[in-house]
Design a protein. Structure first.
Length: 249
């Protein structure tokens, strides 16, 4: 058995994740993160023989599929928003090994509560923003500082990965250039390392272990407060291959 690299993708709330069958000896680990102020998301799973089954989530949810052999996972919602997911291929050496690993298949559905919306929502699930004081350009369009509005609403989702530079040496989370360094609603961390446990904490103590593909969520609670994500430190045993994924808003 060989584990592929964990990769982060985005999808629409009305789209399909199609799993490749170019190699029939492949299983997948998939973790899906669906969060939106208004949701009625139906997730339909299609098995290798073409049979399908569905379930619906109506609030922020993390869905994890372990060692699965599916054709596709489809999303359908009357509301449009972005869904984040990670995908890792598991390459088996034989059909017998695939069958043995498939016996360990598992699905977990975990609600993500207390995500704070800092602006009211209309009947369609859209944010209601007061634009009275914004000027218009010559074409009648609003002239708006997008960054300012995003920070006020606290709803702009961001995601990135960091790779460990030096083995067994703590390092701070480092958002890419242009990304905000603060969160208002939540921070989610996921260990994207192929095999190592990573340890997360502050500058002095990294005491929270995260196994590969395990995640943790921090609820900021107060929309008027800002949490500096660069104050989070982490380390692992292998430089260059140990990685942490971060999603925050």
């Amino acid at each position: 058995m060989k584990l592929g690299t964990v990769k982060i993708y985005t999808a629409s709330s009305n789209s399909t994740i199609k799993l490749s069958y170019a190699n029939p000896l492949v299983l997948y680990n998939i973790k899906i993160l669906a969060i939106n102020p208004k949701m009625n998301l139906t997730i339909t799973v299609t098995n290798p023989n073409g049979d399908s089954w569905s379930f619906t989530v109506s609030s922020g949810t993390e869905i994890s599929f372990k060692k699965i052999n599916y054709q596709s996972i489809a999303f359908k919602d009357s509301n449009t928003y972005t869904i984040y997911y990670t995908l890792q291929a598991i390459y088996t050496n034989s059909y017998q090994e695939l069958l043995e690993l498939e016996q360990e298949s598992d699905i977990s559905i975990v609600p993500i509560n207390n995500v704070i919306i800092t602006s009211p929502i209309d009947s369609e699930g859209n944010l209601m923003v007061d634009v009275e004081n914004y000027p218009l350009d010559s074409s009648g369009n609003l002239k708006v500082n997008v960054e300012e509005i995003t920070q006020t609403m606290g709803l702009s989702a961001n995601a990135f990965t960091n790779t460990l530079t030096t083995a067994n040496t703590k390092q701070a989370l480092a958002p890419p250039t242009g990304y905000p360094s603060v969160a208002q609603a939540f921070v989610i961390l996921i260990n994207l390392s192929p095999s190592d446990t990573i340890y997360v904490g502050d500058v002095n103590n990294q005491i929270i272990p995260l196994s590969p593909n395990q995640s943790m969520a921090l609820d900021i609670h107060k929309s008027q407060s800002y949490f500096n994500i660069t104050s989070i430190y982490w380390y692992g045993a292998s430089a260059g291959t140990d990685k942490v994924g971060v999603m925050y808003a």
